[in-house]
Design a protein around this ligand. Structure first.
Ligand code: HEC
Ligand code: HEC
Length: 388
């Protein structure tokens, strides 16, 4: 599998650092400061010139708790988006399992999205990200950066984001607690905080975990029957395996197209842009979501999507990459039929009871989810008189 063409691999730490220094230092006058700390030789090696240690931005937060606190503030902050209209929480709403309960994501103003908003529950257990699996989990930071900057999600711009954060007292405080008072704001640090907070949900014990640890009463008889089917005759565990209930691989189930993508010109435009950005050969010929084929460039990957985790699945309807199924019952019926055209599944011929048992098992994967209050809205510091 090759890397998506749009997305450069994460630049080396050293290269980023020297670019940052080149931009930040002359503008801020810090090059005049003579500091101590990092030995001059290290600074010289990193930047190619002699730079005082005091201005070297660090990418290491002071503590994990402070990084999470910053991430939480940022997650709810709509001023990270281009026109200030939406935050991460607008689509990944904490009270909806960090999703939006819509079949298809709304997209940035006037645009439309062509995929369902995935839940962020158990994000840290996923091995591939995005419905089509185009990022490995190690590139979570690139996914978060993409969410901030993409014209179909938040349409933000790095420097505007940094300047807005600088003007928001609660955010700059949280930044300084996380990265230190002398550390200049940097985009990668904001992304790291968002990634950390996004990964911190839905990792708690489910009834299924408790049953696996020997607590037999944790599951109803029906859910236990569902578990036996899941791991046995229904073959779910073939793909939904391991602690994350995912093999991290791409599969073709023949999920029906969501025709709303083609009915809404703005959603079609976003889909075609996605094809064009990833260098699909005949993007205008596309008549549906080709899944992984778009980024692997392999026709055989058409209609393949990454196996999602099932942790918290009852909390995140509707289902599949395009939200085509409203309920878990519909998903199980689909599997019972052996999936759709071109599927690698086979019909299961389950009884009504067996289908209900599978649903009960999926419901027992519900994760504890403490309520998340949005932080209070903060006014720009400039309201208080700065710049007058
Ligand atoms: C306009 C709605 C929208 C907003 C705003 C948004 N997202 Fe997303 N997010 C999506 C959609 C849609 C996808 C799936 C895209 C795909 O599969 O191609 C996604 C995917 C993700 C993923 C990958 C999850 C997985 O299971 O693969 C992460 C992580 C994520 N978003 C985090 C964030 C963060 C952090 C923010 C704020 C900086 C954010 N998102 C803002 C809609 C949104
Ligand atoms: C061949 C691999 C494979 C098998 C077998 C399989 N799944 Fe899946 N499952 C997937 C993939 C891939 C997706 C995502 C498909 C998409 O988005 O188009 C998925 C999606 C799901 C979803 C929706 C998750 C969400 O967040 O939207 C549920 C629920 C689910 N599977 C349950 C099951 C059950 C129950 C079984 C057994 C009856 C099963 N799966 C068998 C690969 C598999």
């Amino acid at each position: 599998m090759s890397a998506p063409r749009e997305l450069p691999t994460r630049s080396a730490w050293v290269r980023r650092l020297s670019v940052l220094l080149a931009i930040v230092l002359p503008a801020s006058g810090w090059f005049l400061v003579t500091g101590s700390g990092v030995p001059a030789a290290t600074a010289t090696q990193l930047s190619g010139s002699t730079v005082p240690a005091a201005a070297v931005p660090t990418h290491d937060p002071q503590s994990a708790a402070d990084l999470l606190a910053l991430g939480r503030e940022l997650f709810f902050e709509s001023r990270l988006s281009g026109d200030g209209s939406r935050s991460c929480a607008s689509c990944h709403a904490p009270d909806k399992g960090f999703s939006d309960a819509q079949p298809l994501s709304r997209g940035y103003n006037h645009s439309g999205h062509f995929r369902n908003t995935p839940s962020l529950l158990a994000l840290s257990s996923k091995s591939r990200l995005m419905w089509d699996g185009r990022y490995p989990a190690e590139r979570l930071h690139d996914v978060v950066s993409d969410m901030l900057l993409s014209p179909v999600t938040m349409n933000g711009e790095r420097q505007i984001i940094i300047e807005r954060v600088r003007q928001l007292p609660a955010l700059i405080d949280a930044w300084q607690r996380a990265f230190g008072e002398r550390n200049p704001l940097h985009f990668d640090g904001l992304v790291a905080a968002l990634a950390a907070w996004s990964s911190s949900h839905g990792n708690g014990e489910t009834a299924v975990d408790r049953a696996r640890h020997g607590e037999r009463q944790a599951l109803s008889a029906r859910a236990r029957a569902g578990m036996a089917l899941f791991e046995g005759r229904a073959g779910c565990v073939h793909c939904h395996s391991g602690a994350a209930f995912s093999d991290g691989k791409l599969h073709r189930l023949g999920v029906p197209e969501n025709l709303d993508i083609l009915r809404d010109p703005e959603r079609t435009v976003s889909l075609l842009r996605h094809y064009a950005v990833h260098g699909a050969v005949h993007p205008m010929a596309a008549r549906g979501d080709d899944g992984a084929a778009v980024w692997t460039g392999q026709a055989t990957d058409r209609g393949r999507f990454a196996t999602p985790t099932l942790r918290g699945v009852a909390q995140t309807a509707p289902y599949m990459h395009n939200g085509i199924f409203a309920t878990l019952e519909e998903v199980v019926d689909f599997y019972d039929r052996g999936g759709g055209p071109g599927s690698e599944l086979r019909p299961l011929e389950l009884s009504t009871d067996e289908r209900a048992a599978l649903v009960a098992f999926l419901e027992a994967l519900t994760v504890p989810m403490p309520a998340q209050e949005a932080p209070g809205v903060d006014n720009y510091a400039t309201d208080a008189g700065a710049g007058r």
